[in-house]
Design a protein around this ligand. Structure first.
Ligand code: ATP
Length: 246
């Protein structure tokens, strides 16, 4: 079967059940870039719902005492507040409740395991183009790509135009890539990958934490429903300089 550039939503006619997007992240903290991206992917692929999956212990981020990861209960609460009111967004605690590092392969296996009939379409893992390129180094990449469809968000500048440019080498031979490079179909698992262009919003969690450390405003970088709580928690405030002894 050849990969077609039809969006993954087109396949919904042969699958049964809702199409679920899985938006994983550290969300340290959640910001408007995350929310807008999830909304645009939801619309582009006609997803029925998007699960935000905050990680408990992100395996791919280094820990730095001067740039800490807020505790998972806080990050979870902020995601819940940020998406409250969106009828198709919800939070999934699967990673927060699982001990140890939050490996995506375990999360996707759990989400697929909830489908008792085995007829639901695979979940659609939503990922930025940079993280996508690194997925070959994640735990059990072959299983990840067989368990889920992928929506790879592309945004200018440095817009990814052809999947072959970033598809991890370890799964390259598993896929047929459409001639225009915008979609790929897994030869045995039937899962697919789609490039989904989104509006670039130059916001990152690092930037939000940096503003907090500098004592500056984070208004309009994060949803207003969580701004005060993030600021008042002071969890991203600069650490007091070590007191000199002697
Ligand atoms: P940090 O700055 O701490 O690295 P981050 O802002 O990239 O964090 P994550 O929680 O690590 O946030 O990201 C979760 C997902 O959201 C990733 O797939 C990432 O590519 C995507 N993402 C982050 N910021 C944006 C943005 N401004 N627009 C679109 N997607 C984004």
């Amino acid at each position: 079967m050849n990969a077609s550039s039809r969006p993954a939503s087109a396949r919904a006619t042969t699958d049964h059940g809702p199409r679920t997007g899985v938006f994983g992240g550290t969300f340290n903290p959640i910001h408007l870039g995350h929310l807008r991206a999830a909304e645009e992917v939801r619309q582009a692929l006609s997803l029925d719902r998007v699960l935000f999956v905050p990680s408990r212990i992100p395996p791919h981020k280094h820990t730095d005492p001067d740039d800490p990861i807020a505790d998972s209960a806080r990050r979870l609460r902020w995601v819940e507040r940020a998406i409250a009111g969106h009828p198709d967004f919800s939070v999934d605690r699967v990673e927060i409740e699982r001990e140890g590092p939050s490996f995506l392969v375990d999360t996707l296996a759990t989400i697929r395991g909830r489908d008792g009939t085995g007829t639901a379409p695979p979940p659609v893992f939503i990922v930025g183009q940079d993280a996508f390129a690194e997925m070959g180094d994640w735990r059990a990449p072959e299983r990840i790509f067989a368990l889920a469809d992928l929506a790879v968000m592309t945004r200018p500048p440095g817009h990814l135009r052809h999947l072959a440019d970033r598809l991890p080498a370890i799964v390259r031979d598993d896929y047929d890539i459409a001639a225009d490079g915008r979609a790929a179909l897994h030869r045995s698992a039937g899962t697919r990958i789609d490039l989904v262009p989104i509006t670039p919003l130059d916001i990152s969690s690092s930037r939000v934490r940096e503003e907090c450390r500098a004592g500056r405003s984070i208004r309009y970088l994060v949803p207003e429903s969580v701004r005060a709580e993030i600021e008042e928690s002071r969890c991203y405030a600069a650490r007091p300089a070590a007191r000199a002894h002697g």
